[in-house]
Design a binder for this molecule. Structure first.
Ligand code: PMP
Length: 406
């Protein structure tokens, strides 16, 4: 059984007080809290075997390298990639997408080619593509969403052309929380010979992820959003595609031989891991995924599903509160506005009640602008949150409304 009290005890920060009250952390889409096992693992690295990986001949370095490569295996199995060659460690989703935007652009994009992004993407899945399109004289096209937050996938039939090289889409969106219909999107893209990048930053922790079964060409995610240390992340790519891409950054560890006349690059995945990587963080990421496997992803998903329907119903029934994003398929996110109240004011009052939420444009200006707004309040929950916390949050909104409209 899923024992919520035991789960919460694994996350020490959840027991702390802010302004003399128990913290209610509802900002999980921004970053997640870390379980003791991950904190202990990082400590273990520095106390027992810290040494630069892949380089030194010492026993210590071999231990550290083994732990790092074991973390890669855990990631590989977690997302069901075919080989560890397909798993590149990065510093996060943003770094992974920038890597891909450079390397994919160099290899596959020519003047006049097209890249499609979705209107509901995070800036990290828009701006790198915009920069690449400017560099390569390519065209950035946008797949819009409807007012419930669902992508208008029927438009793909005309939006994707023989010039389209890549379609970039989130597994789940960070403002509206929509879980995008990736089966349909990938099928439509592949029918036209278009590669697909899936941004899993908000997806991997909430939705079953199988890159192989779903036939994603590229998949990226951030460690810190899946209970792992900050500064970690992954770029997955099909091996035959990663093989064809040029390196992004040059430096140590990504080269086989270097002379001033010629340089040969390391095999996958090291070709894309220049310099000393955040190996302690990556080992922590492996530990976070092992922890989730230990708790049971199926249990996590069903607990979150139940909590999400409870929360969405409760929040949307508060008078004067409107949730943006009402798709039938959502992760635990409610981004809303309150009639006559500025989002920043609402966020500040909630904070004083020890309730942590996010406010503003949430790095997704096109989404917020779609609703004619300048910002929203976003509550985002996960498997260590409870219905009692949602109740306190809703009471907090009611109190904030009274204070701010008086
Ligand atoms: N994509 C999505 C959907 C996100 O929610 C985020 C983080 N808010 C990012 C990309 C960027 O992730 P990071 O800042 O960890 O690189």
């Amino acid at each position: 059984m899923f024992d919520i009290e035991n789960v919460r005890a694994d996350f020490p920060i959840l027991g702390r007080e802010i302004y003399g009250r128990r913290l209610i952390y509802l900002d999980n889409a921004a970053t997640t809290q870390k379980p003791l096992r991950v904190i202990a693992k990082i400590r273990e690295v520095y106390e027992l075997y810290n040494s630069n990986i892949h380089r030194s001949v010492s026993r210590l370095a071999a231990m550290c390298t083994d732990e790092y490569e074991n973390a890669r295996k855990i990631v590989c199995e977690f997302i069901n990639a075919k080989s560890t060659h397909e798993i590149v460690f990065t510093s996060g989703t943003t770094a992974a997408i920038n890597l891909l935007a450079f390397a994919f652009g160099e290899k596959f994009v020519n003047r006049g080619d097209e890249i499609v992004v979705c209107e509901s993407e995070h800036h990290s899945n828009i701006v790198p593509w915009k920069l690449m399109c400017e560099r390569k004289n390519a065209v950035l096209k946008v797949l819009p969403f409807d007012d419930s937050g669902d992508l208008k996938t029927e438009l793909l039939d005309t939006l994707l052309t023989e010039r389209t090289r890549l379609l970039c889409v989130a597994q789940a969106t960070n403002v509206l929380g929509t879980v995008n219909p990736l089966d349909e999107i990938v099928r439509k893209a592949h029918e036209k010979g278009v590669y697909v990048l899936v941004d899993g930053a908000q997806g991997i922790q909430h939705v079953k992820t199988d890159v192989n079964a779903c036939d994603f060409d590229f998949y990226v995610f951030s460690g810190h959003k899946i209970y792992a240390p900050t500064g970690t992340g992954v770029l997955y790519g099909k091996e035959h595609l990663l093989e064809q891409l040029p390196p992004w950054q040059g430096g140590g560890d990504m080269v086989k031989n270097v002379s001033f006349a010629e340089t040969s690059y390391s095999d996958l995945p090291f070709k894309f891991e220049a310099g000393t990587s955040n190996y302690a963080g990556a080992i922590g990421l492996g530990e976070a995924l092992s922890y989730l496997i230990y708790i049971g992803m199926d249990k996590i998903h069903s607990y979150e599903k139940d909590l999400t329907s409870y929360a969405l119903e409760k929040i949307s029934s508060i008078p004067g509160i409107t949730i943006c994003g009402t798709s039938a398929s959502k992760i635990g996110i409610a981004s809303f506005f309150a009639d006559g109240i500025h989002h920043a004011d609402m966020g500040e009052i909630l904070d004083k009640m020890s309730i942590a939420v996010r406010t503003g444009r949430m790095c997704a200006e096109p989404t917020v602008h779609h609703f004619g707004l300048t910002g929203l309040v976003r509550a985002s929950w996960t498997f260590y949150n409870t219905k009692q916390e949602i109740d306190s949050f809703c009471e907090g909104i009611e109190k904030a409304k009274k204070i701010l409209t008086n």
